[in-house]
Design a protein around this ligand. Structure first.
Ligand code: GLU
Length: 276
């Protein structure tokens, strides 16, 4: 009798102990939420935190920068990680970052109409764009290049005389190629497309002789039948864009980028995506 009472007591204390432990675990989690902002939030970042989501325009077709998995719909790349780092700094959970695929043509208007808080999408900082949107300090530099079919025999920009170059609407590529062609005394004509897959299809079918955009973007379309020419021109500094006038948000983002530079996180991030 005594022994069984003791056993009951023992079992009871074990059960109570387990509850107490579970309780402790919950308390610990509550004490250190993953989403606590690391720094004091300026008004622009606080507004995003209060909304509970960070809406970011990213590329869906640029490997290592912003690429969407067709099967899962998930986005991955250096620019996706940057968006997640900003969310963390604001105090927004990773699953509350809403990514939206943008193109060179759509990214600006989507910021203007308030559908996006940020654009992190190989967006080159240019004087005329600084008049329309806020940009952070640069986080990456690329250059404009040319993708051609191996069978075309085109080896350099000079070989493009009399040829047609496919570029994206809203991109810097048209002006960059034009300036470079003018310098070299080469005459080229342009065809403009809304998306990169369309330019690539035009290159495949022979409607254009070369596909021009930043080399990082071209690398996503390189096949064994094509080549990115060694010519590279018009350096492109990528910045994180937000609506014009959101200055405290831009300063907040610049603070994060500067910190990532000094603590080595930026280097690690570039290495992770083979961009160093
Ligand atoms: N980076 C260039 C631009 O901002 C190329 C286009 C693109 O990013 O899609 O215009």
């Amino acid at each position: 009798m005594k022994k069984s009472a003791l056993l009951v007591l023992l079992a009871l204390s074990l059960v109570l102990g387990a509850f107490a432990l579970a309780g402790c675990g919950a308390k610990e989690e509550a004490a250190a939420p993953e989403t606590e902002p690391a720094v004091e939030l300026p008004a622009g970042a606080k507004a995003i935190k209060d909304a509970g989501v960070l809406r970011v325009g990213v590329k869906a077709d640029v490997p290592n920068f912003g690429l969407q998995d067709a099967a899962t719909g998930e986005f991955a790349g250096m620019e996706i990680d940057l968006a997640k780092a900003i969310a963390k700094r604001i105090g927004i959970a990773e699953d509350k970052v809403k990514f939206e695929a943008v193109t060179a043509k759509t990214r600006g208007p989507l910021l203007d109409n308030g559908q996006l808080d940020l654009v992190i999408a190989t967006f080159t900082i240019k004087p005329e764009r600084l008049e329309q949107w806020n940009f952070s300090k640069p986080y990456y530099q690329d250059e404009v290049g040319l993708l051609v079919k191996n069978s075309s025999g085109i080896k350099s920009l000079a070989d493009l005389n009399g040829k047609t170059v496919g570029v994206a609407q809203g991109a810097t590529s048209h002006d960059a190629v034009q300036a470079e062609a003018d310098k070299a005394g080469v005459k080229v004509t342009f065809l403009e497309f809304a998306t990169y897959p369309e330019i690539n299809a035009a290159l495949e079918s022979g409607r254009v002789d070369a596909f021009s955009v930043d080399k990082s973007i071209l690398s996503g379309y390189l096949t064994e039948n094509s080549t990115i020419l060694p010519d590279g021109f018009s350096p492109q500094d990528y910045g994180i864009a937000s609506k014009k006038g959101t200055d405290d948000l831009t300063t907040f983002i610049n603070g994060m980028l500067a910190e990532m530079e000094t603590n080595g996180e930026m280097k690690t991030l570039l290495e992770k995506w083979s961009l160093n």
